[in-house]
Design a protein. Structure first.
Length: 400
């Protein structure tokens, strides 16, 4: 069973959690202490952002604008060109991602029959000690009318690793899972000279998540997965709001500054359902504000292309994030249009975790994107780096 099929199956059936999704983390330090979070905080996958190492604040447009900078809703740098009233109708936009260890382990399970043989599956998991697994899938529909955007999305993520050697053999696998669906609306404004852009995006989010330890035997059979995982699933409802600004400083080279506040005021999620027996600290979740500032240059390439260079700081007010983890830089070359409108694009980025890179091919109605990016998920000043690969297929039925 392939990874995309695994992670996109309904969690209500608990059928996607096949043994090939699990691996181990063996280290001299407890991995639970090293890793602050194993799940990405973005609401859905963006191959453009992944290919640029997450640096997109001054360049975000199209489907990327709601999270990375809602000031870009409806497009940026149109200048004298008049955009159509209804610019986009993504139906659908689908994306999948996994780290390198997951792709390797799934291949072993297929080649050696690990999904059908419990003994073989257990041996493969043991042989992959030290390799943490991560998988993600997203799907959405969106519409942009002038500078108003409506989005409906679904996203699911999962990561797993074995706990420190010496722990109870019956609970070796530590798993984190989150699925969420959201309905959002956003708007942006710009002056007649397109010098200053302001925007905001708000979404109502339904979230289900699980974080706990399970034995391999608890997960290998479908009936056992249903019995052991579903009671541990916690459900939440909340809202998320992002606000942003883009200030174009001049015409030559199109220098721009951006300021974005993600989770403005703190995003609050309240637990739904029966709270009996649940740790009171889990009754409410608050996600911190993420203040981001960026600067970019975007000189033209011919009449319709551009070369984008950006440097960006994220989590600027979060004292728990190490200073050297806050900054990143990226480059993007687009031909046949600016940003996500380009017919062809090449991307590269760098942050403390390492290099990222990606490609974009926009055939008008159909768009393909792929990226590989390094992610540092270690706590504080600790480094815990993994490489994740992303692929996106989308159809814009109103492309002109």
């Amino acid at each position: 069973m392939g990874l995309v099929a695994i992670v996109t199956s309904s969690f209500h059936e608990i059928t996607w959690l096949c043994p090939s999704a699990f691996a181990s983390e063996h280290d001299s330090e407890n991995p639970e202490e090293k890793i602050k979070t194993v799940l990405d905080q973005s609401p859905f996958l963006s191959a453009r952002a992944a290919g640029m190492g997450g640096a997109l604040s001054t360049l975000a447009d199209g489907i990327h604008a709601p999270f990375y900078n809602p000031a870009g809703i409806g497009g940026i740098h149109w200048e004298k060109t008049r955009p159509p009233i209804i610019r986009q109708l993504h139906f659908p936009y689908v994306a999948a991602g996994a780290n390198e260890a997951t792709a390797s382990l799934n291949k072993e399970f297929r080649d050696q029959g690990g999904t059908g043989d419990k003994g073989v599956g257990s041996a493969i998991v043991d042989a992959n000690a030290g390799k943490r697994q991560y998988g993600r899938a997203s799907a959405l529909v969106s519409m942009v009318m002038s500078r108003i955007m409506l989005v409906q999305y679904y996203d699911t993520q999962m990561a797993a690793f074995r706990k420190e050697t010496g722990d109870d053999d019956q609970t070796p696998i530590r798993m984190s899972y989150r699925s969420q669906s959201g309905s959002g609306a956003g708007v942006s404004f710009t002056d007649s000279k397109e010098t200053l852009y302001l925007g905001a995006f708000t979404s109502l989010v339904q979230r289900s998540q699980l974080d706990g330890s399970f034995s391999y035997n608890d997960l290998v059979r479908s009936d056992d997965r249903k019995a052991n995982l579903k009671p541990n699933l916690l459900k939440y409802t909340g809202t998320q709001t992002n606000i942003g600004m883009i200030w174009k400083l001049g015409k030559w080279g199109r220098p721009a500054l951006a300021l974005v506040n993600k989770n403005a005021g703190g995003s609050r999620f309240s637990m739904r359902g029966d709270k009996n027996g649940v740790d009171p600290s889990l009754h409410r979740i608050v996600e911190k504000e993420n203040l981001t500032m960026g600067f970019s240059l975007s000189p033209r390439i011919g009449k319709t292309g551009a070369f984008n260079f950006i440097i960006e700081g994220q989590h600027l007010t979060d004292k728990e994030v190490a200073l050297n983890k806050k900054f990143r830089t990226a480059m993007e070359m687009t031909l046949g249009g600016f940003g996500s409108e380009g017919i062809f694009g090449v991307r590269a980025g760098y942050n403390l975790a390492g290099a990222s890179f990606g490609l974009n091919l926009n055939l008008g109605l159909v768009q393909f994107e792929a990226a590989s990016h390094a992610e540092d998920i270690g706590t504080g000043n600790r480094h815990f780096v993994e490489r994740r690969n992303v692929a996106v297929f989308s159809v814009n039925v109103l492309y002109e």
